[in-house]
Design a protein around this ligand. Structure first.
Ligand code: CP
Ligand code: NVA
Length: 311
């Protein structure tokens, strides 16, 4: 059966840990493993803007010996020019994997249902699993282990937050989420992760008190207040989220060893201040770099079914 990455549920605990181990190996090789999938081809589709995901997947593919191909959405006309199942069937004849960023999670799932190549979710309105892999790699580099770790997520209970919730459930760390009322993550994603925490350790805590979430945390994470596709809500959200800015005063409540994380792009002055973004606790750019190696490990594992590079 073809393996996909639709949400972190597609990998589970063992798959995530295997991804981190291979990503660490690839990082030590600076992403150069061109004997891994020579002659392979990966398609990249972006129905929303991207900097990191586009460049990191392109680097990842090239470093494995693959040809990365960006497919323009104007040409593809997803679901309009031909059906989604037929698009999936045709691309499966040409490519070894397809990476897609789109709006609805159901589109990624529909592609996966009809493709015979791995489909990789590069962000939907509900999930950003590739981001969460880089995030947990960055924690692991900093702290070594996930046991007993407390991460505070401040802001919108959005796609990034929901993938982190899944990661916390599988890896067993505590995720303390603080959102404005009405911007909480989906209850079913929280409940599923809480069930996983009961087995793996850690917890998912929800609340609206930003200081309570951050106090004693080992890492503080935030994301933009208005995600791609929510541009019209930007002013309204800026009012509602004003108390959820990560600044030096808030960071001072976290543990002395705490790091700051952000998936980027950052809207400096909104969800995070320059002081924090550019300060000594920030690991936001390490996190962006780690997208490359975790995605490279993912491509390799999904395409070959193996967790280790050839000798
Ligand atoms: N963090 C992230 O996914 O960045 P891009 O939107 O630039 O790809
Ligand atoms: N929540 C953000 C993440 C960007 C990487 C968005 O969806 O726009």
């Amino acid at each position: 059966m073809t393996r996909h990455l639709l949400t972190l549920d597609s990998l589970g605990r063992d798959g995530i840990l295997a991804n981190l181990a291979l990503a660490t190996d690839l990082k030590s090789r600076k992403g150069m493993a061109q004997n891994a999938i020579p002659g392979g081809r990966v398609g990249l589709i972006f129905e929303k803007p991207s900097l990191r995901t586009r460049v990191s997947f392109t680097n990842a593919a090239w470093g494995l010996g693959m040809l990365p191909m960006t497919l323009g959405t104007d040409e593809l006309q997803f679901g309009k020019r031909e059906s989604i199942p037929d698009t999936a069937r045709v691309l499966s004849r040409y490519l070894d994997a397809l990476v897609i960023r789109t709006f609805q999670q159901s589109l990624v799932e529909e592609l996966a249902a009809h493709a015979t190549i791995p489909i990789i979710n590069a962000l939907t309105d509900d999930h950003h699993p590739c981001q969460a892999l880089a995030d947990v790699m960055t924690f692991q580099e900093e702290f070594g282990d996930f046991k007993g770790l407390r991460l505070a997520f401040v802001g919108d209970g959005n796609n990034v937050c929901q993938s982190l919730i899944q990661a916390a459930g599988y890896l067993g760390f505590t995720l303390a989420i603080s959102t404005p009322e009405g911007y909480e993550p989906k209850a079913e994603i929280v409940a599923a992760a809480q069930a996983n925490c009961a087995v793996n350790g850690g917890a998912i805590e929800l609340g609206h008190d930003v200081k309570a979430a951050v106090r004693g945390a080992d890492a503080v994470y935030t994301d933009v207040w208005a995600s791609m596709g929510q541009e019209k809500e930007r002013e309204e959200r800026a009012r509602i989220f004003a108390g959820y800015r990560v600044d030096g005063e808030l960071m001072a409540l976290a543990a002395p060893r705490a790091i700051f994380l952000h998936c980027l792009p950052a809207h400096r002055g909104d969800e995070v201040t320059d002081e924090v973004m550019d300060g000594p606790q920030s690991r936001a750019f390490d996190e962006a770099e780690n997208r490359w190696y975790t995605e490279q490990a993912l491509l390799y594992a999904l395409i070959t079914g193996k967790d280790r590079l050839p000798e």
